[in-house]
Design a binder for this molecule. Structure first.
Ligand SMILES: NC(=O)N[C@@H](CC(=O)O)C(=O)O
Ligand SMILES: [Zn+2]
Ligand SMILES: [Zn+2]
Length: 421
């Protein structure tokens, strides 16, 4: 199907008529194109999430590739990288190909599987990284996310191994010996609440070690969900030295603080934990500076019984796909070039997803894009989300920015704010 996005503003520029045909941006008008009134709408390259938990296989009660894909498309995403902490773990060619195939069948976003670094995420033995890389899933990012690759020798070997095919190790930076029993950020609030703390240094120590390892080996390191001001400083120095390191921050770490734990509502329990207001300020500045390359959701759906229980028993993690862009918009305002870079262009580059994060002003660019109404606001209703889970920390909040439409290779996956297929 051909489309005419009438009066659309590409990244905030003057309105134009944008034609889409045969999966790409057309350089000229197309007869018979379906007209989408895009007056007042901003076109962004389709968002790319380098950190999504889709829970399939194994926890289809919390999310499936299909429901997660719907949430992603509604959030403006055209590609998501699916984390490996499924059950069974995505540590073989068979499992990553299964996830990849389920993504193709759902057909709403490109689902790019991430492979585990170690067998069963156990941190003992390297998984078959090569077999996953050469599989149909074409895995380039490897991560034990949920767990840290804590053994420095194993981390070194993994970094060396992926160098051959320009892969990247995405590290969940958490020194496990420093976070035993941890429930929230270690600081004033944890002391007041009597909850065991997760100190900032548990993250910073691993990032410092890993940038040195990546430098030594000359490989690519990606740091997941950076959450502290100290981590930003370690990354800033490493980047200044030319270390091949990239980093992500989540929308929730850009907005929320550890004070929210005071109500003991486990919807605010997450790894790494919500930190302090000064950490939030440093993370925002790092996104502006480019020390942090991308905003990634760490979309972590959890079933009701795993979240609506006592704080200490609740699983960590929160939903992100359907609220990421509105949160980023509320934090940074309409800085569309910044938003496009941190949420589409840079993540597509890190994940090696050609065809995503393209230049919408160029004829021939694959038509992976999303249309946002920056003037519309909406109230987050957990029951109204497409995710199978309900654990959003933004329930009841009024957020700016509505995703009106999303296109994947020229086909509408979302129209009028609803899934189009
Ligand atoms: N972020 C979380 O708190 N939880 C994630 C795992 C992770 O990202 O470490 C999950 O899989 O639920
Ligand atoms: Zn993690
Ligand atoms: Zn995660």
């Amino acid at each position: 199907m051909a489309y005419l996005l009438k009066g659309v503003s590409i990244l905030g520029a003057a309105p134009v008529d944008l034609y889409i045909e045969k999966g790409v941006i057309s350089g000229k008008p197309v007869d018979g194109a379906t007209v989408v009134d895009a007056t007042g709408l901003i076109a962004l390259p389709g968002l790319v999430d380098v950190h999504t938990h889709l829970r399939e296989p194994g926890r289809e009660d919390a999310e499936t590739v299909e429901t997660g894909s719907r949430a992603a498309a509604l959030g403006g995403y055209t590609a998501v990288c699916a984390m490996a902490n499924t059950s069974p773990v995505a540590d073989t060619a068979g499992v990553v190909e299964q996830v990849w195939r389920l993504g193709r069948e759902a057909g709403l976003v490109d689902v790019q599987p991430i492979g585990a670094v170690t067998v069963g995420l156990a941190g003992k033995q390297m998984a078959e990284l090569g077999a996953m890389a050469t599989s149909a899933a074409n895995v380039r990012i490897f991560s034990d996310d949920g767990f840290c690759v804590a053994d420095p020798k194993l981390m070194r070997r993994a970094l060396e191994y992926v160098k051959a095919f320009d892969g990247v190790i995405a590290q969940h930076a958490e020194e496990p010996r420093l976070t035993e029993g941890a429930q929230m950020h270690e600081g004033e609030v944890s002391t007041r609440l009597g909850l065991t703390g997760w100190p900032a240094v548990a993250e910073e120590a691993i990032i410092a070690r890993d940038v040195l390892l990546a430098e030594h080996v000359g490989s690519r390191l990606h740091v997941c969900h950076v959450s502290t001001a100290g981590s930003v400083e370690v990354l800033r120095q490493a980047k200044a030295r030319g270390v091949r390191v990239t980093a992500e921050v989540t929308p929730h770490h850009l907005l929320l603080t550890d004070e929210l734990a005071a109500g003991y509502d486990p919807v605010f329990k997450v790894n790494p934990p919500l930190r302090t207001a000064s950490d939030v300020a440093a993370l925002r500045q790092a996104v502006l500076d480019g020390v942090i390359d991308v905003v990634a959701t760490d979309h972590a759906p959890h079933a009701v019984q795993d979240k609506e229980c006592e704080w200490s028993y609740a699983r960590p993690g929160m939903l992100g796909l359907e609220t990421a862009l509105p949160i980023v918009l509320s934090v940074f305002g309409p800085q569309w070039d910044l938003i496009a870079d941190r949420m589409s262009i840079a993540p597509a580059r890190i994940a090696g997803l050609d065809g995503h994060g393209g230049d919408l002003t160029q004829a021939g660019t694959p038509a992976n894009l999303t249309l946002v109404d920056p003037a519309a606001s909406w109230v987050v209703d957990p029951a109204g989300l497409a995710s199978r889970s309900r654990n959003t920390p933004y329930a009841g909040m009024t957020l700016p920015g509505r995703i009106v439409a999303t296109f994947l290779r020229g086909e509408a996956t979302v129209l009028d704010g609803k899934v189009a297929k």
